[in-house]
Design a protein around this ligand. Sequence first.
Ligand code: NCD
Length: 322
Amino acid sequence: MQTELPELGEIPKGWTRKHLLGLEDLSGDELNILLDKAQIFRNAFDEGRRKFSFLNGHTSVTLFFENSTRTRTSFALAAQRLSASTVAFAASTSSLSKGETVIDTAKNLEAMGCESMIVRHSTPGIPRLLSENVACSIINAGDGAHEHPTQGLLDILTLRQKLGSLEGKTIAIVGDIAHSRVVRSNIWGLQKLGAHVIVCGPATLVSPTWREMNVEISHSLDAILPRVDALNMLRIQFERQYTSPFPSIREYTLLYSINGERLRRAKPNVLILAPGPINRGVEITPDVADGAQSAILEQVSNGVAVRMAVLWLTDGARKSQR
Ligand code: NCD
């Protein structure tokens, strides 16, 4: 029994993963373990119980080869709140620029002694590759346009808190579907919990191949508005595009931005999510981003709780496999 947080209990028998590479790999039961434990950390946070010693002696390295505000800080806070030490690896000033491979970099960091690496990279599959080459836990913090499992988890935790069971709920993910890793993690997670997912955006960003993921495709935000329980508004990932997917930002905004007028045509309690960073006035107007139906900052708070659960569970599995 965890005396500091008795309601957390032991690592559940159903959890055996020392890495978290994506939500595609997880069963519905594993997803629920993660969400339930994250909820316990979130409740404790709200009650002012924010520091625990579960990861005493654990060193966690954040290995980010792409920019980040929320994810990196949130992982560092989560690790510190579990009493782990954290080290931030700075890719831009490292020996990668001298030709060292990512695997060699990871092996060298591990040789200095670390129990987990939190990895963000622009190439899909790098976290999995590292998990096959090092002994410590690898946690995917976003790999190219592939997966961003902790973002998916914090989105789903927020939806679950606000909407209750996700069985039969309709969740629309709107915007830059083509270049988003958040969308894939959301689809895999939401579908395992019984939700109906719509991906919505211009045809240049939502190709028919998305049907292979068993989602509904829409090119009209206005058409789907009346039947969605939540809208997850994605940022246009200009950094991943070589040609413009639409004639102008103004045109995109006219068709796909969530604003006060559109909100009035949606279900009365429709929930608005965004992974951040938000581009105010592009995918979301300030009145909606800061309004009563926005859960954007709740998502951020849930992010720390989700990452505490991920670090605690993967650490437990790693220790039991030694
Ligand atoms: C997302 C990401 O990096 O994939 N942001 C995040 O982690 N909160 C989405 C984005 O950059 O638009």
